[in-house]
Design a protein. Structure first.
Length: 255
């Protein structure tokens, strides 16, 4: 298992956003977290990435306890994330957005960067080459010198994913990656994520509301409802589960 969530709970005052939830994700698995609005999905992402500290429980990455690490150190350990709303640097090109994602791996000093000393030039060239390779693999190379925010919505999503890949993660967390996309873009994204999983030997954990997308892509899903795990397994079994149906549609007794 590359990611283990053990008995995680998170409370905000008297509100229990996550309640004693446990699950594990295998290496190279595409794993989905689904559930109705307010189920605790994004809170779980925020705990995994260190933006929130859990009230109780532990998070393990590749066997290492990362529960109390700061978020930037969790990135260094191998977790990268995208957000539901696209967050690209508006004044930077596509290539520059990716190179920013590599800043944790730079091996030159501030003074070396000011005076453009040899080690700075060598590291910048290495970052440039790696970013270019990612853009080529994600069919974005033709846009490398364009402002990232000038691209179409679907390509901006790709750039955000590419920037996350630039951190060289072990596991990639995607918060509603198909949000706002049409059917064609969603199908292309599913193919792209499978390619990323295979080409980069990476694990993908995603939150998504598009059930067709989840069914096509995910090996396994966890269903949350009011912060509690009510189902774990294949999506085809989830949609027939009484607790899952009740969470999405309401209890038929009160309909």
């Amino acid at each position: 298992m590359i990611l283990e969530i053990k008995n995680i709970s998170k409370s905000f005052g008297g509100v229990h956003a996550i309640s004693n939830t446990t699950f594990a994700v295998k290496k190279k698995q595409i794993y989905g977290i689904i559930g109705p609005n307010g189920a605790g999905k994004t809170t779980m992402f925020n705990i995994i990435t260190g933006n929130y500290k859990p009230t109780n429980g532990e998070v393990f990455l590749d066997g290492t306890n990362i529960t109390n690490l700061k978020n930037y150190k969790i990135v260094h350990c191998g977790i990268a994330r995208t957000f539901q709303s696209i967050r690209l640097f508006k004044t930077m090109t596509v290539l520059e957005n990716l190179m920013i994602g590599m800043d944790h791996d730079i091996k030159y000093t501030y003074l070396e960067s000011i005076f453009r000393l040899p080690r700075f030039n060598k590291e910048e060239q290495k970052s440039h080459q790696f970013a270019t390779e990612i853009l080529k693999n994600l069919s974005l190379l033709e846009f490398k010198d364009q402002l990232a925010t000038s691209l179409s919505y679907g390509n901006q999503r790709r750039v955000e994913i590419a920037r996350a890949l630039a951190t060289q993660p072990k596991i990639l967390l995607l918060d509603e990656p198909a949000a706002g996309m049409n059917h064609s873009e969603t199908a292309q994204l599913a193919t792209l994520l499978q390619k990323i999983r295979d080409d980069y030997d990476i694990t993908i954990l995603l939150i998504e509301h598009d059930m067709k997308f989840v069914n096509h892509l995910c090996d396994k899903v966890l269903v949350l409802d009011y912060g509690k795990a009510i189902f774990e397994g294949h999506i085809s079994d989830a949609i027939k589960n009484k607790d899952v149906i009740s969470a999405y549609l309401g209890d038929k007794k009160y309909a």
